[in-house]
Design a protein. Structure first.
Length: 426
């Protein structure tokens, strides 16, 4: 049976939740590989909207095993709130498991995230993080002083590690940033209770995933964030602190790359971005505002308005290459109805007149780029009821076919609305 990966190909918010939800309905196991509660997957099912941050999207299917891999950083307080919300809405969490190797977001990570951003903002260098403590948690992971889930659920080990790390963080908070220190006794008491609550969910995700593979079960690997937020291949430093690429899935879940059969990249029919950094196709005009409002382009996690722009084939071609994509899912094609002619960025032109076909590695070079556009006739029809590719207006079909040519990847799904049944599969 197939093992599929779903990856974001732009700056995130591409509608991965809907694609994942569709594929999760056919999967027996759904595995989350990286990131934290800075991710936000919105799933619309039977008229109900679910906003998932840590829990895999397969949770809506009671028989599906949902696994959170070692590459995830888990905020236990937020995670338990999400558990409670699922149970309040009648969604079972009995098949949910967390890898003991996953790192824990502690309260000092959240405070340091905010203090660091405030420090940078005075110099105009803020990253634009979600202030959820994700970056500082990954920093501790690689500094090898982090607290893992296996520590959190151990009543002997956790107080020792929390006090040792907490003392260090208090010194940084007070001496470097002039912030208020934590009462470590209170933190330990609070988080020990979280550990007790989470203990029944802890299991080796690498083993569970491999056993499912050997049993020929269908597996879906769910990525958070997107390719241009990857710590190495994104628009550094305006990136996340993990690897949202397909390669990060194998590392974050503890499975070998030979287990993967199909890698699907998700993109919008246009481009959006949250936070700072160069954005070659950005539309700071009435069209950009129309796209934002029609597409509901406001962050699932933060509520921040997203920057909007035309589809950038340079970006998605970069994602096709670094992820090894087998297919593309293009969401929100319906948002482009009625806005007039459509444009696709096919390349970049630098200030010296030279042209780039591939995405540049440095922010300075990207900032020096202007988009090279192809223009296509738009469409005015309401396409939300289309269920076959052939039902789409001719201009829509031509737009999708040109995206395939420019991105060098087949478009296997086209989204024409927010519901799971508003996805055309080719």
């Amino acid at each position: 049976m197939p093992a599929n990966i779903v990856i974001g190909t732009q700056w995130g918010d591409e509608g991965k939740g809907k694609v994942i939800d569709i594929l999760a309905s056919r999967a027996q196991v759904v595995v989350r590989s990286q990131g934290g509660n800075n991710a936000g997957h919105t799933v619309v099912s039977n008229g109900q909207t679910y906003k998932l941050h840590l829990i895999p999207s397969g949770i809506l299917y009671p028989e599906t095993m949902c696994l959170i891999g070692a590459g995830v950083v888990l905020d236990p307080k937020d995670f338990i709130s999400e558990l409670d919300e699922m149970e309040r809405r009648g969604i079972s969490t009995k098949n949910l498991r967390i890898d003991p190797r996953a790192h824990v977001v502690m309260p000092w990570h959240i405070r340091l995230d905010g203090l660091s951003e405030k420090f940078r903002s005075g110099k105009g260098n803020e990253i634009g993080t979600t202030n959820r403590g994700i970056g500082p948690a990954y920093m501790d992971k690689y500094e090898r002083c982090g607290i893992r889930v296996c520590d959190l659920v151990n009543p002997v080990v956790f107080p020792q590690k929390a006090r040792a790390t907490g003392n260090l963080k208090n010194k940084i908070i007070t001496a470097v940033y002039g912030g208020e220190p934590f009462d470590l006794d209170m933190v330990i008491q609070e988080y020990a209770l979280y550990g007790e609550r989470l203990k029944p969910y802890v299991a080796d995700v690498s083993v569970l995933t491999y056993e499912a593979y050997k049993e020929n079960k269908t597996i879906l690997f769910e990525g958070a964030q997107a390719t241009l937020l990857d710590i190495d291949f994104g628009t550094y430093p305006f990136v996340t602190s993990s690897h949202p690429l397909s390669g990060g899935v194998t590392v974050g879940t503890g499975v070998g790359p030979r287990m993967i059969d199909n890698i699907i990249g998700v993109a919008k029919a246009y481009t959006t971005r949250v936070g700072k950094g160069p954005f070659p196709t950005e539309l700071n005009d009435e069209i950009g505002e129309t796209i934002r409002n029609k597409g509901g382009e406001f962050g699932t996690t933060t509520g921040r308005p997203r920057r909007t722009g035309w589809f950038d084939a340079v970006i998605v071609r970069h994602s096709v290459r670094v992820n090894g994509l087998d297919g593309l899912a293009i969401n929100k094609l319906d948002t482009l109805s009625g806005i007039g002619d459509l444009k696709i960025c096919t390349g970049y032109r630098k200030s010296n007149g030279s042209e780039l076909r591939n995405f540049p590695p440095s922010l300075e070079e990207l900032a020096d780029c202007d988009p090279i556009y192809e223009t296509f006739p738009g469409f005015d029809e309401d396409i939300s009821a289309c269920r076959k590719f052939e039902d789409l207006p001719e201009n829509c079909q031509n737009y999708i076919r040109r995206l395939e040519e420019l991105c060098e990847c087949k478009v296997c799904m086209v989204g024409v609305g927010p519901d799971r049944d508003q996805m055309i599969e080719r």
